[in-house]
Design a protein around this ligand. Structure first.
Ligand code: ADP
Ligand code: MG
Ligand code: ZN
Length: 477
Protein backbone atom coordinates (compact mmCIF):
# COMPACT_ATOMS: atom_id res chain seq x y z
CA UNK A 1 0.00 0.00 0.00
CA UNK A 2 1.19 3.52 -0.70
CA UNK A 3 1.21 5.97 2.21
CA UNK A 4 1.23 9.74 2.33
CA UNK A 5 2.58 11.86 5.19
CA UNK A 6 0.46 14.45 7.01
CA UNK A 7 2.30 17.15 8.92
CA UNK A 8 1.27 19.95 11.28
CA UNK A 9 3.73 22.49 12.68
CA UNK A 10 3.68 24.42 15.93
CA UNK A 11 6.00 27.43 15.83
CA UNK A 12 6.88 29.66 18.76
CA UNK A 13 8.18 33.09 17.92
CA UNK A 14 9.62 35.40 20.55
CA UNK A 15 8.31 38.90 19.99
CA UNK A 16 10.87 41.69 19.99
CA UNK A 17 9.44 43.92 22.70
CA UNK A 18 11.66 45.83 25.10
CA UNK A 19 9.86 44.49 28.17
CA UNK A 20 8.16 41.21 29.07
CA UNK A 21 4.54 40.46 28.23
CA UNK A 22 2.96 40.92 31.67
CA UNK A 23 5.56 42.93 33.62
CA UNK A 24 8.17 45.64 33.08
CA UNK A 25 11.27 43.39 33.18
CA UNK A 26 13.79 43.80 30.38
CA UNK A 27 13.91 41.20 27.61
CA UNK A 28 17.49 41.94 26.62
CA UNK A 29 19.44 38.88 25.52
CA UNK A 30 22.56 37.71 27.29
CA UNK A 31 22.17 39.26 30.76
CA UNK A 32 23.45 37.43 33.85
CA UNK A 33 21.01 34.72 34.97
CA UNK A 34 18.08 35.81 37.13
CA UNK A 35 18.79 39.54 36.90
CA UNK A 36 15.71 40.35 34.79
CA UNK A 37 13.02 39.14 37.14
CA UNK A 38 10.36 40.61 39.40
CA UNK A 39 7.52 39.39 41.63
CA UNK A 40 5.14 39.31 38.64
CA UNK A 41 7.14 37.04 36.32
CA UNK A 42 8.27 34.94 39.28
CA UNK A 43 4.63 34.44 40.25
CA UNK A 44 4.71 35.73 43.81
CA UNK A 45 1.33 35.67 45.52
CA UNK A 46 -0.84 38.73 45.17
CA UNK A 47 0.77 40.31 42.12
CA UNK A 48 -1.13 41.40 39.02
CA UNK A 49 -0.11 40.96 35.38
CA UNK A 50 -0.54 43.88 32.97
CA UNK A 51 -0.59 43.20 29.25
CA UNK A 52 2.19 44.70 27.12
CA UNK A 53 0.19 46.43 24.37
CA UNK A 54 3.03 46.26 21.89
CA UNK A 55 3.09 42.45 22.20
CA UNK A 56 -0.62 42.48 21.40
CA UNK A 57 -0.08 44.76 18.39
CA UNK A 58 2.76 42.62 17.09
CA UNK A 59 0.57 39.53 17.42
CA UNK A 60 -2.22 41.20 15.46
CA UNK A 61 0.27 42.27 12.81
CA UNK A 62 1.48 38.69 12.32
CA UNK A 63 -2.10 37.41 12.29
CA UNK A 64 -3.00 39.85 9.52
CA UNK A 65 0.11 39.02 7.49
CA UNK A 66 -0.86 35.34 7.75
CA UNK A 67 -4.34 36.06 6.37
CA UNK A 68 -6.01 35.23 9.68
CA UNK A 69 -9.22 36.56 11.11
CA UNK A 70 -8.23 38.78 14.00
CA UNK A 71 -10.81 38.33 16.72
CA UNK A 72 -12.39 41.41 18.14
CA UNK A 73 -12.87 39.66 21.46
CA UNK A 74 -9.89 37.86 22.89
CA UNK A 75 -8.95 36.61 26.33
CA UNK A 76 -6.18 34.90 28.26
CA UNK A 77 -6.33 31.56 30.05
CA UNK A 78 -4.24 29.76 32.59
CA UNK A 79 -2.57 26.56 31.44
CA UNK A 80 -1.38 24.51 34.39
CA UNK A 81 1.61 22.24 34.55
CA UNK A 82 4.47 21.60 36.89
CA UNK A 83 8.08 21.97 35.82
CA UNK A 84 11.19 23.54 37.40
CA UNK A 85 11.38 26.25 34.72
CA UNK A 86 7.87 27.45 35.53
CA UNK A 87 7.83 29.25 38.89
CA UNK A 88 4.08 29.95 38.83
CA UNK A 89 3.16 26.35 37.96
CA UNK A 90 0.96 27.88 35.31
CA UNK A 91 1.46 29.67 32.06
CA UNK A 92 -0.72 32.53 30.89
CA UNK A 93 -1.76 31.50 27.39
CA UNK A 94 -4.89 31.56 25.26
CA UNK A 95 -7.28 28.65 24.96
CA UNK A 96 -10.56 29.09 23.11
CA UNK A 97 -10.31 32.71 21.97
CA UNK A 98 -6.86 33.19 20.43
CA UNK A 99 -5.96 36.59 18.95
CA UNK A 100 -6.17 35.23 15.43
CA UNK A 101 -7.39 32.13 13.66
CA UNK A 102 -8.13 30.55 10.27
CA UNK A 103 -5.34 31.93 8.12
CA UNK A 104 -3.07 30.54 5.48
CA UNK A 105 0.42 30.83 4.13
CA UNK A 106 1.30 30.12 0.54
CA UNK A 107 4.14 27.72 -0.19
CA UNK A 108 5.69 26.79 -3.51
CA UNK A 109 7.36 23.42 -3.99
CA UNK A 110 8.57 22.24 -7.40
CA UNK A 111 6.84 25.17 -9.05
CA UNK A 112 3.45 24.33 -7.54
CA UNK A 113 1.82 26.70 -5.06
CA UNK A 114 -0.53 25.72 -2.22
CA UNK A 115 -2.06 27.46 0.74
CA UNK A 116 -1.16 25.82 4.04
CA UNK A 117 -4.01 26.37 6.49
CA UNK A 118 -3.14 28.07 9.75
CA UNK A 119 -5.38 27.11 12.64
CA UNK A 120 -4.52 29.82 15.14
CA UNK A 121 -1.93 32.24 16.45
CA UNK A 122 -2.05 33.01 20.15
CA UNK A 123 -0.03 35.04 22.62
CA UNK A 124 1.50 33.46 25.70
CA UNK A 125 4.38 33.86 28.12
CA UNK A 126 7.65 31.96 27.86
CA UNK A 127 9.03 29.70 30.57
CA UNK A 128 12.53 29.90 32.05
CA UNK A 129 15.61 28.14 30.80
CA UNK A 130 17.14 25.06 32.39
CA UNK A 131 20.86 24.57 32.13
CA UNK A 132 21.81 20.95 32.66
CA UNK A 133 25.17 20.14 34.22
CA UNK A 134 26.53 16.64 34.92
CA UNK A 135 24.59 15.86 38.06
CA UNK A 136 22.52 18.96 38.70
CA UNK A 137 20.56 21.55 36.78
CA UNK A 138 20.37 25.33 37.04
CA UNK A 139 17.45 27.55 36.19
CA UNK A 140 17.49 31.04 34.65
CA UNK A 141 14.21 32.94 34.94
CA UNK A 142 15.25 35.84 32.67
CA UNK A 143 13.25 34.30 29.84
CA UNK A 144 10.21 33.70 32.05
CA UNK A 145 7.42 35.98 30.92
CA UNK A 146 8.91 36.96 27.56
CA UNK A 147 6.20 37.29 24.91
CA UNK A 148 5.73 34.30 22.63
CA UNK A 149 3.43 34.01 19.68
CA UNK A 150 2.48 30.40 18.97
CA UNK A 151 1.46 29.78 15.38
CA UNK A 152 -0.22 26.43 14.75
CA UNK A 153 -1.03 24.96 11.34
CA UNK A 154 -3.78 22.52 10.50
CA UNK A 155 -2.55 19.02 9.57
CA UNK A 156 -2.22 20.44 6.08
CA UNK A 157 1.41 19.98 5.09
CA UNK A 158 2.17 16.96 2.96
CA UNK A 159 5.94 16.63 2.60
CA UNK A 160 9.11 17.50 4.53
CA UNK A 161 10.01 19.86 1.68
CA UNK A 162 6.72 21.69 2.11
CA UNK A 163 7.36 21.98 5.86
CA UNK A 164 10.77 23.47 5.13
CA UNK A 165 9.27 25.93 2.67
CA UNK A 166 6.52 26.89 5.14
CA UNK A 167 9.09 27.68 7.82
CA UNK A 168 11.30 29.63 5.44
CA UNK A 169 8.38 31.77 4.29
CA UNK A 170 7.02 32.24 7.80
CA UNK A 171 10.40 33.41 9.07
CA UNK A 172 10.81 35.76 6.14
CA UNK A 173 7.37 37.33 6.68
CA UNK A 174 7.88 37.80 10.41
CA UNK A 175 11.30 39.34 9.86
CA UNK A 176 9.79 41.71 7.30
CA UNK A 177 7.27 42.75 9.96
CA UNK A 178 10.22 43.44 12.30
CA UNK A 179 8.46 41.86 15.25
CA UNK A 180 10.96 39.04 15.89
CA UNK A 181 14.50 38.04 14.94
CA UNK A 182 13.36 34.47 14.29
CA UNK A 183 16.79 33.13 15.14
CA UNK A 184 16.61 29.41 15.89
CA UNK A 185 20.10 29.42 17.38
CA UNK A 186 19.11 32.04 19.93
CA UNK A 187 15.77 30.32 20.49
CA UNK A 188 13.70 33.24 19.23
CA UNK A 189 12.04 30.79 16.84
CA UNK A 190 11.25 27.25 17.98
CA UNK A 191 9.37 24.55 16.16
CA UNK A 192 7.71 21.23 17.02
CA UNK A 193 6.63 18.98 14.19
CA UNK A 194 3.64 16.61 14.26
CA UNK A 195 3.51 13.82 11.75
CA UNK A 196 1.36 10.85 10.80
CA UNK A 197 0.88 8.77 7.69
CA UNK A 198 -2.24 7.45 6.01
CA UNK A 199 -3.03 5.33 2.95
CA UNK A 200 -2.87 7.55 -0.09
CA UNK A 201 -6.25 8.94 -1.04
CA UNK A 202 -7.75 8.51 2.42
CA UNK A 203 -8.96 11.62 4.24
CA UNK A 204 -8.87 10.56 7.92
CA UNK A 205 -5.80 11.09 10.07
CA UNK A 206 -3.39 8.44 11.31
CA UNK A 207 -1.87 8.37 14.79
CA UNK A 208 0.74 11.09 15.09
CA UNK A 209 4.06 11.50 16.75
CA UNK A 210 5.39 14.87 17.83
CA UNK A 211 9.04 15.71 17.23
CA UNK A 212 10.83 18.08 19.58
CA UNK A 213 14.40 19.31 19.96
CA UNK A 214 14.60 20.68 16.44
CA UNK A 215 17.29 23.33 16.14
CA UNK A 216 17.26 24.21 12.47
CA UNK A 217 14.88 24.11 9.51
CA UNK A 218 17.10 21.42 8.05
CA UNK A 219 16.64 19.38 11.23
CA UNK A 220 12.86 19.73 10.82
CA UNK A 221 13.06 18.42 7.27
CA UNK A 222 15.50 15.60 8.08
CA UNK A 223 13.57 14.47 11.14
CA UNK A 224 10.34 14.36 9.13
CA UNK A 225 11.96 12.24 6.42
CA UNK A 226 13.14 9.88 9.16
CA UNK A 227 9.78 9.75 10.95
CA UNK A 228 7.78 9.14 7.80
CA UNK A 229 9.94 6.13 7.04
CA UNK A 230 9.64 4.88 10.60
CA UNK A 231 5.86 5.19 10.55
CA UNK A 232 5.52 3.33 7.25
CA UNK A 233 7.92 0.62 8.33
CA UNK A 234 6.10 0.14 11.64
CA UNK A 235 2.75 -0.20 9.88
CA UNK A 236 4.16 -2.53 7.25
CA UNK A 237 5.50 -4.73 10.06
CA UNK A 238 1.95 -5.09 11.31
CA UNK A 239 2.60 -2.97 14.38
CA UNK A 240 0.72 0.08 15.63
CA UNK A 241 2.09 3.60 15.87
CA UNK A 242 1.87 4.84 19.43
CA UNK A 243 1.08 8.46 20.02
CA UNK A 244 4.21 9.89 21.60
CA UNK A 245 6.70 12.71 21.78
CA UNK A 246 10.07 11.97 20.22
CA UNK A 247 13.36 13.82 20.36
CA UNK A 248 15.47 14.45 17.24
CA UNK A 249 19.12 13.49 17.58
CA UNK A 250 20.81 15.63 14.96
CA UNK A 251 24.17 13.86 15.19
CA UNK A 252 22.77 10.36 14.83
CA UNK A 253 20.09 11.45 12.38
CA UNK A 254 17.23 9.71 14.16
CA UNK A 255 14.43 10.25 16.66
CA UNK A 256 14.14 8.58 20.05
CA UNK A 257 11.08 8.21 22.23
CA UNK A 258 10.85 10.77 25.03
CA UNK A 259 7.40 10.32 26.51
CA UNK A 260 5.63 7.28 25.24
CA UNK A 261 1.87 6.92 25.40
CA UNK A 262 1.13 10.54 26.06
CA UNK A 263 -1.95 10.62 28.26
CA UNK A 264 -4.66 13.05 27.39
CA UNK A 265 -3.00 16.11 28.86
CA UNK A 266 -5.00 17.89 31.49
CA UNK A 267 -3.85 21.46 31.72
CA UNK A 268 -7.01 22.50 33.56
CA UNK A 269 -7.38 25.59 31.41
CA UNK A 270 -9.53 28.33 32.85
CA UNK A 271 -9.83 32.07 32.16
CA UNK A 272 -7.05 34.15 33.70
CA UNK A 273 -8.91 35.99 36.47
CA UNK A 274 -6.31 38.77 36.75
CA UNK A 275 -6.63 39.99 33.16
CA UNK A 276 -9.77 41.37 31.56
CA UNK A 277 -10.86 40.13 28.15
CA UNK A 278 -9.60 42.42 25.40
CA UNK A 279 -11.83 44.07 22.86
CA UNK A 280 -9.95 45.03 19.74
CA UNK A 281 -11.78 47.55 17.62
CA UNK A 282 -12.07 47.35 13.84
CA UNK A 283 -10.30 50.72 13.67
CA UNK A 284 -7.40 49.39 15.70
CA UNK A 285 -7.07 46.39 13.38
CA UNK A 286 -7.30 48.62 10.29
CA UNK A 287 -4.64 50.90 11.76
CA UNK A 288 -2.26 48.00 12.29
CA UNK A 289 -2.98 46.70 8.79
CA UNK A 290 -1.68 49.99 7.40
CA UNK A 291 1.68 49.48 9.09
CA UNK A 292 2.30 46.16 7.30
CA UNK A 293 5.05 46.70 4.73
CA UNK A 294 5.23 45.07 1.31
CA UNK A 295 5.74 41.37 2.12
CA UNK A 296 8.17 38.99 0.40
CA UNK A 297 5.64 37.45 -1.96
CA UNK A 298 4.39 40.78 -3.29
CA UNK A 299 7.94 42.06 -3.49
CA UNK A 300 9.00 39.04 -5.56
CA UNK A 301 6.16 39.67 -8.02
CA UNK A 302 6.95 43.37 -8.22
CA UNK A 303 10.67 42.80 -8.76
CA UNK A 304 9.85 40.36 -11.56
CA UNK A 305 7.49 42.87 -13.14
CA UNK A 306 9.44 46.08 -12.67
CA UNK A 307 12.95 44.83 -13.28
CA UNK A 308 12.21 41.92 -15.61
CA UNK A 309 14.08 39.48 -13.38
CA UNK A 310 13.57 35.71 -13.20
CA UNK A 311 11.77 34.37 -10.13
CA UNK A 312 14.84 32.45 -9.03
CA UNK A 313 17.01 35.59 -8.81
CA UNK A 314 14.28 37.62 -7.21
CA UNK A 315 13.69 35.12 -4.43
CA UNK A 316 17.31 35.37 -3.41
CA UNK A 317 17.36 39.16 -3.64
CA UNK A 318 14.38 39.64 -1.32
CA UNK A 319 15.29 36.99 1.27
CA UNK A 320 15.42 39.70 3.92
CA UNK A 321 14.00 43.20 3.92
CA UNK A 322 17.46 44.73 4.29
CA UNK A 323 18.83 42.74 1.34
CA UNK A 324 15.79 43.61 -0.76
CA UNK A 325 16.20 47.35 -0.09
CA UNK A 326 19.91 47.09 -0.84
CA UNK A 327 19.26 45.30 -4.13
CA UNK A 328 16.50 47.65 -5.18
CA UNK A 329 18.69 50.69 -4.71
CA UNK A 330 21.26 49.17 -7.07
CA UNK A 331 18.69 47.96 -9.59
CA UNK A 332 17.28 51.47 -9.75
CA UNK A 333 20.71 53.06 -10.11
CA UNK A 334 21.55 50.89 -13.13
CA UNK A 335 20.59 52.90 -16.20
CA UNK A 336 19.89 50.05 -18.62
CA UNK A 337 16.50 48.51 -19.08
CA UNK A 338 18.00 45.03 -18.77
CA UNK A 339 18.70 44.70 -15.05
CA UNK A 340 19.93 41.12 -15.13
CA UNK A 341 23.65 42.03 -14.80
CA UNK A 342 22.91 43.75 -11.48
CA UNK A 343 21.07 40.71 -10.16
CA UNK A 344 23.91 38.47 -11.35
CA UNK A 345 26.55 40.54 -9.60
CA UNK A 346 24.58 40.61 -6.34
CA UNK A 347 23.63 36.95 -6.08
CA UNK A 348 26.97 35.79 -7.52
CA UNK A 349 30.18 37.62 -6.54
CA UNK A 350 28.70 39.87 -3.86
CA UNK A 351 26.92 37.00 -2.11
CA UNK A 352 30.08 34.92 -2.07
CA UNK A 353 32.06 37.82 -0.60
CA UNK A 354 29.37 38.15 2.08
CA UNK A 355 29.57 34.41 2.76
CA UNK A 356 33.34 34.63 3.18
CA UNK A 357 33.00 37.59 5.52
CA UNK A 358 30.19 35.76 7.36
CA UNK A 359 27.89 38.74 6.97
CA UNK A 360 24.77 39.67 5.06
CA UNK A 361 24.90 41.11 1.56
CA UNK A 362 23.50 44.45 2.72
CA UNK A 363 26.34 44.85 5.19
CA UNK A 364 28.87 45.24 2.38
CA UNK A 365 29.03 48.98 2.22
CA UNK A 366 29.96 49.52 -1.42
CA UNK A 367 27.94 52.57 -2.52
CA UNK A 368 25.38 51.91 -5.25
CA UNK A 369 27.11 54.17 -7.79
CA UNK A 370 30.49 52.46 -7.30
CA UNK A 371 28.87 49.07 -7.67
CA UNK A 372 27.10 50.09 -10.86
CA UNK A 373 30.31 51.58 -12.26
CA UNK A 374 32.11 48.27 -11.77
CA UNK A 375 29.36 46.37 -13.59
CA UNK A 376 29.61 48.82 -16.48
CA UNK A 377 33.39 48.51 -16.66
CA UNK A 378 33.06 44.73 -16.97
CA UNK A 379 29.88 44.16 -18.88
CA UNK A 380 29.73 47.09 -21.25
CA UNK A 381 33.07 48.80 -21.62
CA UNK A 382 35.02 45.57 -21.14
CA UNK A 383 37.81 47.49 -19.52
CA UNK A 384 38.37 44.50 -17.27
CA UNK A 385 37.45 40.82 -17.55
CA UNK A 386 34.81 39.16 -15.44
CA UNK A 387 37.49 37.51 -13.35
CA UNK A 388 39.33 40.75 -12.68
CA UNK A 389 35.96 42.35 -11.95
CA UNK A 390 35.41 39.89 -9.13
CA UNK A 391 38.83 40.64 -7.70
CA UNK A 392 38.14 44.38 -7.89
CA UNK A 393 34.81 43.86 -6.13
CA UNK A 394 36.55 42.05 -3.34
CA UNK A 395 38.94 44.98 -2.94
CA UNK A 396 36.01 47.40 -2.96
CA UNK A 397 34.38 45.49 -0.12
CA UNK A 398 37.46 46.27 1.97
CA UNK A 399 37.61 49.96 0.97
CA UNK A 400 34.09 50.87 -0.08
CA UNK A 401 34.79 54.51 -0.78
CA UNK A 402 37.29 53.79 -3.52
CA UNK A 403 35.85 53.64 -7.01
CA UNK A 404 36.36 50.69 -9.33
CA UNK A 405 38.15 52.87 -11.88
CA UNK A 406 40.58 54.08 -9.25
CA UNK A 407 41.43 50.54 -8.14
CA UNK A 408 41.91 49.43 -11.75
CA UNK A 409 44.19 52.36 -12.42
CA UNK A 410 46.23 52.01 -9.23
CA UNK A 411 46.75 48.31 -9.65
CA UNK A 412 47.15 48.45 -13.40
CA UNK A 413 44.39 45.90 -13.98
CA UNK A 414 42.89 47.23 -17.20
CA UNK A 415 42.24 44.56 -19.74
CA UNK A 416 44.72 44.21 -22.59
CA UNK A 417 43.00 44.08 -25.96
CA UNK A 418 45.93 45.41 -27.90
CA UNK A 419 46.87 42.65 -30.35
CA UNK A 420 50.55 43.43 -30.59
CA UNK A 421 51.12 43.05 -26.87
CA UNK A 422 49.00 39.90 -26.73
CA UNK A 423 50.86 38.21 -29.60
CA UNK A 424 53.96 37.84 -27.43
CA UNK A 425 52.09 36.01 -24.67
CA UNK A 426 50.28 33.83 -27.18
CA UNK A 427 53.53 32.84 -28.87
CA UNK A 428 54.92 31.71 -25.56
CA UNK A 429 51.83 29.67 -24.71
CA UNK A 430 51.85 27.91 -28.09
CA UNK A 431 55.54 27.12 -27.63
CA UNK A 432 55.05 25.56 -24.19
CA UNK A 433 51.95 23.60 -25.28
CA UNK A 434 52.91 22.19 -28.69
CA UNK A 435 50.70 19.13 -28.38
CA UNK A 436 47.55 21.13 -27.68
CA UNK A 437 48.39 23.48 -30.53
CA UNK A 438 48.69 20.46 -32.83
CA UNK A 439 45.34 19.15 -31.61
CA UNK A 440 43.69 22.45 -32.53
CA UNK A 441 45.34 22.43 -35.94
CA UNK A 442 44.11 18.90 -36.61
CA UNK A 443 40.53 19.90 -35.93
CA UNK A 444 40.03 19.61 -32.15
CA UNK A 445 38.87 23.18 -31.94
CA UNK A 446 37.60 22.74 -28.39
CA UNK A 447 41.16 22.58 -27.13
CA UNK A 448 41.51 26.23 -28.04
CA UNK A 449 39.85 27.15 -24.74
CA UNK A 450 42.70 25.50 -22.87
CA UNK A 451 45.16 27.78 -24.63
CA UNK A 452 42.98 30.82 -23.93
CA UNK A 453 43.01 29.80 -20.29
CA UNK A 454 46.80 29.61 -20.26
CA UNK A 455 47.08 33.11 -21.73
CA UNK A 456 44.64 34.42 -19.11
CA UNK A 457 46.74 32.81 -16.41
CA UNK A 458 49.98 34.29 -17.76
CA UNK A 459 48.46 37.75 -17.90
CA UNK A 460 46.84 37.41 -14.48
CA UNK A 461 43.42 37.68 -16.03
CA UNK A 462 44.20 40.89 -17.86
CA UNK A 463 44.08 39.65 -21.44
CA UNK A 464 40.81 40.16 -23.25
CA UNK A 465 39.75 36.53 -23.74
CA UNK A 466 37.76 37.30 -26.88
CA UNK A 467 40.73 38.89 -28.60
CA UNK A 468 43.00 36.06 -27.47
CA UNK A 469 40.63 33.52 -28.91
CA UNK A 470 40.46 35.35 -32.22
CA UNK A 471 44.23 35.54 -32.56
CA UNK A 472 44.58 31.85 -31.70
CA UNK A 473 41.98 30.92 -34.27
CA UNK A 474 43.76 32.94 -36.91
CA UNK A 475 47.02 31.22 -36.11
CA UNK A 476 45.91 27.62 -35.66
CA UNK A 477 42.65 26.94 -37.44
P1 ADP B 1 -2.03 18.23 20.69
O1 ADP B 1 -3.26 18.26 21.53
O2 ADP B 1 -1.28 16.93 20.76
O3 ADP B 1 -1.16 19.42 20.85
P2 ADP B 1 -3.34 19.40 18.46
O4 ADP B 1 -4.61 18.90 17.93
O5 ADP B 1 -3.33 20.61 19.31
O6 ADP B 1 -2.57 18.23 19.18
O7 ADP B 1 -2.40 19.69 17.22
C1 ADP B 1 -1.10 20.08 17.35
C2 ADP B 1 -0.46 20.09 15.97
O8 ADP B 1 -0.44 18.78 15.43
C3 ADP B 1 -1.21 20.92 14.95
O9 ADP B 1 -0.27 21.61 14.14
C4 ADP B 1 -1.97 19.91 14.13
O10 ADP B 1 -2.15 20.33 12.82
C5 ADP B 1 -1.06 18.72 14.19
N1 ADP B 1 -1.77 17.44 14.09
C6 ADP B 1 -2.83 17.04 14.83
N2 ADP B 1 -3.18 15.77 14.52
C7 ADP B 1 -2.31 15.36 13.57
C8 ADP B 1 -2.14 14.13 12.83
N3 ADP B 1 -2.94 13.08 13.02
N4 ADP B 1 -1.14 14.07 11.94
C9 ADP B 1 -0.32 15.12 11.74
N5 ADP B 1 -0.43 16.27 12.40
C10 ADP B 1 -1.41 16.40 13.29
MG1 MG C 1 -0.21 21.32 21.07
ZN1 ZN D 1 9.13 40.62 35.68
Amino acid sequence: MEYEPVIGLEVHVQLKTRTKVFCGCSTEYGASPNTQVCPVCLGFPGVLPVLNCLALEYSIKVGLALNCTVQEFTKFDRKHYYYPDLPKNLQISQYDLPISKDGFLEVTVDGKSRKVKIRRAHLEEDAGKLIHEDNFSLVDFNRTGQPLLEIVTEPDIFSPEEAYEYLTNLKSIIQYLEVSDCDMEKGTLRCDANISVRPKGQTGLGTKSEIKNLNSFKAVRDSLVYEIERHIETINNGEKIVQETRLWDDKKGRTVSMRSKEEAKDYRYFPEPDLPPFIISKEKIEGIKKTIPELPKEKILRFMREYGLPEYDTKILVSTKENADYAEKRLKAFPDKDKKPVANWIIGPLASIAANLKCEIYQIKIPANNFIELINLVEKKQVISNLTGKAVLEKMAGMPEKSAAKIIEEENLAQVSDEASLEKEIDAVIKTNPKVAEDVKSGKTNSIMFLVGQVMKKTRGKANPKVVQEILKRRLV
